[in-house]
Ligand binder design. Structure first.
Ligand code: C2E
Ligand code: MG
Ligand code: MG
Length: 336
């Protein structure tokens, strides 16, 4: 018992001491520490095995939010094992084409014409059935697998879009890791070139929160992407707390208002005011505005009344397979 409290006290003292800011060459430096603890001979009695246990505990401490410590426990081995297994499964999924891209149509509010569709990835898991992105995208981001996954989605989407009517646009979500990847530009150019898809028929969506991470580098990258002729959309707008002035500097064509505000417009004055303000902001900055997550006739009516130009949501269409979308598009009257 007393050993436990000693460890506790020692770890907390180290963390506290290391997290105090200090000055180096006139700069204030802030660092922190996470600690993993393993004990000999309880956990292991060989140095390398002991270090392995401490490393696993350290990993858990970091996962618990950093600036804390964890002591090794046997159950951690199990958790790590499960994670490695899930990572391996995702690698196999990529290699064996278990992933599938679904598409959700986006409509023009006036006339309700389909003007594009958003590529949304799914995983046809051999045992667990159809998995949604929230069940595997976070793991793909942590492990870096989002890079090959994102590249695959981009190619699929560009290839599918060539089968759609003339100017229908395909939107592809980019993760922050892709956005900061040096190979991104070549990959977009390659996906367009290989499929013969004109740049203006591809739209890339970047979440507002991804913009917060970096400034100049992100801006430069977005400008280079834009120079390929593709459209850029800021996704989940309103959730990332970026300053409104920063929006002015980024070369976006479209603002996508987050589902959560749209869900509230029939009931909450506050949500409705936010949606109206975002529509107005888009107008002022000469950007198109898409409301996401439109689920009811009333929401659609209010959005139209407020001047929102584009809508997407279950009320019009759920995400569907490429074949289903193809069928839907071919049933529509030809556009002029
Ligand atoms: P997102 O880009 O904001 O996509 C919109 C999400 O809202 C989709 O969820 C869509 O199915 C859902 N949605 C559409 N209409 C409605 C509605 O009326 N009501 C409600 N409640 N939801 C609606 P999904 O497909 O589960 O995707 C979730 C998120 O996963 C996406 O959010 C996107 O951030 C991410 N994601 C999906 N595919 C990819 C991908 O290929 N790459 C990356 N990096 N992220 C992806
Ligand atoms: Mg999106
Ligand atoms: Mg969104």
């Amino acid at each position: 018992m007393s050993e436990d409290t000693d460890i506790d006290r020692l770890c907390n003292r180290i963390i506290e001491a290391l997290s105090a800011p200090f000055v180096y060459e006139d700069q204030q430096i802030n660092i922190g520490a996470s600690i993993g603890v393993a004990l000999a001979p309880d956990d292991a009695n060989q140095a390398n095995e002991l270090l392995r246990c401490a490393d696993i505990a350290l990993y858990q401490a970091k996962e618990a939010g950093r600036g804390t410590w964890r002591a090794y426990g046997r159950e951690m081995d199990q958790r790590l094992h499960e994670r490695l297994q899930r990572e391996e499964e995702l690698r196999v999924a990529l290699a064996e084409q278990q992933l599938e891209v679904y598409y959700q149509p986006r409509y023009l509010s006036q006339g309700m014409q389909i003007i594009g569709a958003e590529a949304l990835v799914r995983w046809n898991h051999p045992e667990r059935g159809l998995l949604l992105p929230e069940q595997f995208i976070p793991l793909a981001e942590e492990t870096g697998l989002i890079i090959p996954l994102g590249r695959w989605v981009l190619h699929q989407a560009c290839s599918q879009a060539t089968r759609w009517p003339g100017d229908t646009v395909v939107s592809v979500n980019l993760s922050p890791l892709q956005l900061h990847d040096d190979r991104l530009l070549d990959e977009i150019a390659h996906a367009l070139g290989e499929n013969g898809l004109p740049g203006e028929r591809l739209e890339l969506e970047v979440t507002e929160s991804a913009l917060l991470r970096e400034t100049q580098g992100t801006l430069d990258q977005l400008k280079r992407v834009k120079a390929l002729g593709v459209h850029l959309a800021v996704d989940d707008f309103g959730t990332g707390y970026s300053s409104l002035t920063s929006l002015r500097h980024y070369p976006f064509d479209v603002i996508k208002i987050d589902n959560s505000f749209v869900a509230g417009i029939g009931q909450s004055m506050e949500d409705h005011s936010i949606v109206r303000a975002l529509i107005e902001l888009g107008r002022g900055l000469q950007m198109r505005v898409t409301a996401e997550g439109v689920e009811t006739e009333e929401q659609l009516r209010l959005l139209k009344d407020d001047g929102c130009t584009e809508v997407q949501g279950f009320h019009m269409s759920h995400p569907m397979s490429a074949d289903e979308l193809q069928r839907l598009l071919s049933q529509l009257p030809a556009r002029d």
